[in-house]
Write a protein that binds this ligand. Structure first.
Ligand SMILES: Nc1nc2c(ncn2[C@@H]2O[C@H](COP(=O)(O)OP(=O)(O)OP(=O)(O)O)[C@@H](O)[C@H]2O)c(=O)[nH]1
Ligand SMILES: [Mg+2]
Length: 472
């Protein structure tokens, strides 16, 4: 994807873009925003009822045709009519961008929509960059950075829970939470500053009272960290890898989870070579689930590649599903995989319970995660398996109002804030001088300002807007 820099988002330009997905569909929408929006419209639009379109009121709808002016001699003066449209006019400052905004709804043909955009660009608009309409809403102060992030949360929502959470955030729910934390931090900061600025007044600084307040703040920030982690899972899906030695029944389980015969299953050890990815939804949580090769010893180039691919996806996984063949004793491959999964969230699946049991579960140690006994072949225990996945995904117990969509940078900053708060608590416990505490609180406040967008951070803004689509 092309990288965009903030300096390319020039505010004085009038911008235009196709806002709908270009495909054969009922409608297509072309958006124009900026101080020349109405002038451009007046050049390309022929209203059915005669009127001066430049002077129409805000929030009005106009029926007519989009035209393309023709300059060649033989057709001079005879415009080409491109498409029959409805035009919505939203005047500054009450519009998405706070500027004059025009939305042209045309028929949804790919050519028609592109042609309308072309004539609009010919009359002086510039093609909008990704997220540029939303960027203007942010810069003009109509929404903050958390609301911006909620918009991509709405666009990308894969479940009702994600949609409701993003919509709550767009209404300012998350912004208010950050604001409240900032207010509390400010109060604490003022207390420390009073001690520093007026030493002659001998203001008493109670370390124990301060410590209690910081503890409460830490709980609140932790809750927001959990909410942002949950949002990441809802947005991107939980990466969930199925591992196990050859023939344990990984592919059979994969097919069961998907409820279709997606991959080849066979008695031959080493059937699966490639990593196969599918996305499913378990009770509103998108799971990006991967079937992998069970081979652990490379025999040739193909098996070497299979091992490498499995290993890469294993390292990235949020959740490992470790499949054991319950009808066989534990082998060195099983122990190797157990050791490897030690630091991950794991579900241990004891498969093939329809056969006689030979596995010794007592030998499984040091793994945090539930054990699910099942038969993938006979489709027994799948419900227990899905419940175990659901429990792991929701272990934090975050409710939908606590979910906060943030981008990678915002999450990183939030984690830094929590770290600093914990550090400050240590300073307080060890009765450091008040200026140490004060400095740390000030840093936390600045960082929270970057998350909501009050403190300008180029890195965050570029990170957010490069992921937006053009036309949003
Ligand atoms: N009896 C019984 N057989 C099973 C069960 N699950 C899988 N199998 C059989 O075990 C064999 C291997 O299954 P796969 O799903 O291909 O195993 P895998 O772990 O994907 O194997 P590789 O891709 O070679 O690593 C097949 O013959 C399956 O029918 C089960 O629950 N019970
Ligand atoms: Mg397989």
């Amino acid at each position: 994807m092309k990288e965009f820099k903030l300096k390319d988002y020039i505010l004085k330009d009038t911008i235009a873009a196709i806002a709908t997905f270009p495909s054969k569909s009922a409608l297509g929408v072309i958006k124009i925003s900026g101080n020349k929006a109405m002038a451009i419209l007046s050049k390309v639009f022929i209203p059915k009822r005669k009127k001066d379109i430049k002077k129409v009121k805000t929030f009005t709808l106009h029926y007519g045709w989009i035209r393309q002016s023709v300059n060649n001699k033989s057709r001079k003066g005879k415009d080409i009519l491109i498409d029959e449209v409805l035009v919505s006019v939203m005047r500054a400052p009450n519009s998405y961008t706070t500027e004059d905004v025009v939305e042209v709804s045309s028929h949804g043909g790919i050519l028609s929509v592109n042609k309308i955009l072309e004539v609009v660009l010919n009359e002086g608009a510039r093609l909008a960059l990704p997220g540029e309409f939303t960027y203007r809403a942010l810069i003009k102060g109509r929404i903050d950075l958390l609301q911006v992030e909620s918009i991509s949360g709405i666009v990308e929502a894969k479940s009702e829970k994600a949609l409701l959470a993003a919509s709550f955030q767009l209404r300012g729910g998350a912004s208010l939470k950050i604001k409240r934390i900032k207010e509390k931090l400010k109060e604490l900061l003022i207390q420390t500053e009073a001690v520093i600025i007026f030493p002659e007044d001998d203001i008493e600084f109670s370390y124990s009272k301060f410590s209690n307040k910081m503890k409460r703040l830490s709980v609140e920030v932790s809750k927001i960290v959990e909410g942002s982690n949950e949002a990441k899972i809802l947005k991107e899906g939980l990466k969930c890898v199925i591992c196990g030695k050859t023939n344990a029944g990984k592919s059979t389980l994969f097919n069961r989870i998907l409820k279709e015969e997606r991959v080849i299953v066979s008695r031959v050890a080493g059937t699966t070579r490639d990593v196969i990815e599918e996305t499913i939804n378990i009770k509103g949580v998108p799971l990006r689930i991967y079937d992998t090769a069970g081979i652990l010893e490379p025999k040739d180039l193909v098996t070497r590649k299979a091992i490498e691919k499995t290993s890469d996806i294993f390292n990235e996984a949020d959740l490992v599903i470790l499949v054991f063949d319950g009808s066989r004793v534990m082998s060195k491959d099983d122990f190797f995989l157990l050791e490897r999964a030690k630091d991950k969230d794991v579900i241990l699946v004891i498969n093939k319970i329809d056969l006689s049991n030979r596995i010794d579960l007592g030998k499984i140690k040091d793994v945090k995660g539930p054990i699910v006994k099942m038969s993938a072949l006979k489709n027994e225990g799948l419900k227990k398996f899905e419940d175990a996945v659901y429990k792991i995904v929701h272990k934090s117990g975050v409710s939908s109002d606590d979910i906060i969509f943030m981008n990678h940078y915002q999450r990183q900053i939030l984690n830094d804030v929590l770290f600093k708060i914990e550090e400050t608590r240590k300073y307080i416990k060890e009765c450091y001088t008040v200026d140490f505490i004060s400095f740390s609180l000030k840093e936390c406040l600045d960082d929270l300002g970057k998350i909501s967008g009050e403190v300008f951070s180029e890195e965050i803004l570029e990170g957010i807007f490069s992921n937006f689509c053009i036309g949003k």
